[in-house]
Ligand binder design. Structure first.
Ligand code: ATP
Length: 234
């Protein structure tokens, strides 16, 4: 198991946003966490990479307990998150943003490798990132994370706010990265596309995991179809 989260609890003041959930990701898996707005998906990812305090029993990553790790240590261990809203540096060029991704991991990673995956970024490598389209910015955020050669990539809503064609492209990219051996935990509101590319999935509702299993089973589950895939009651 690459990631094993047990009893993860997150409170925002008096609000219990995540209520003691368990999440596991095996090496080589693409796992999605789906659920409605406000279910606690982003909070879960932020807690795993220690951006916010949590009261989990344990968070084991690559064999060690990271539940008390400092946030800056995790990228060096290969645990990298691409946040919702992307978190790129808008004033820096594409190339400079990519260099920052390598820096966070101690200088590894090759821009040429990323340009092979994202030719559009190569064309725009001297352009300031803030002037890229939404889809290109998302590609850049993912490419920057890959510069750190992550073992586990946490992706928060990569399709958010993108035009339909770009959404399709982003999901293709995520599937390609996974097929090259990068383990991925993907948070998405687009449940259909997320389940279509994932091995396994978790369904989150108001801070709890209500369903989990192979993505194919979730895709065929009447409750999932009704609540998340826009179908009437089966
Ligand atoms: P979304 O897709 O909208 O990001 P989500 O499933 O990722 O939804 P979270 O953003 O994790 O949900 O939010 C879970 C709950 O915690 C929500 O009720 C939200 O209002 C609340 N919440 C999130 N961030 C904060 C915060 N900084 N302070 C207080 N409450 C918060």
């Amino acid at each position: 198991m690459l990631l094993e989260v047990k009893g993860l609890e997150v409170h925002y003041g008096g609000i219990r946003a995540v209520k003691g959930i368990d999440v596991e990701v095996e090496k080589g898996e693409l796992v999605c966490l789906i659920g409605a707005n406000g279910a606690g998906k982003t909070t879960t990812l932020k807690a795993i990479c220690r951006l916010i305090p949590s009261a989990s029993r344990t968070i084991t990553y690559d064999g060690s307990d990271i539940s008390h790790a400092a946030v800056h240590e995790l990228p060096r261990k290969g645990l990298v998150m691409v946040p919702e809203g992307r978190g790129i540096f808008p004033q820096l060029t594409v190339e400079e943003n990519l260099a920052m991704g390598a820096y966070a991991r101690g200088g590894i990673g090759s821009t040429e490798k990323q340009y092979a995956t994202f030719p559009r970024l190569k064309e725009r490598r001297t352009q300031v990132a803030g002037t890229l389209s939404g889809g290109e910015q998302q590609m850049l955020a993912i490419a920057r994370a890959l510069m750190g050669e992550p073992k586990l990539l946490l992706l928060d809503e990569p399709s958010m706010g993108l035009a339909p064609m770009m959404v399709t492209r982003i999901f293709e990219v995520v599937r390609d990265i996974a097929s090259r051996g990068v383990t991925i935990l993907l948070v998405e509101q687009n449940a259909l596309l997320a389940l279509e590319i994932s091995h396994r999935g978790y369904v989150m509702e108001t801070g709890e995991i209500t369903l989990s299993g192979p993505a194919r089973d979730l895709l065929n589950n009447p409750k999932v179809r009704e609540a998340y895939l826009g179908e009437g009651a089966a």
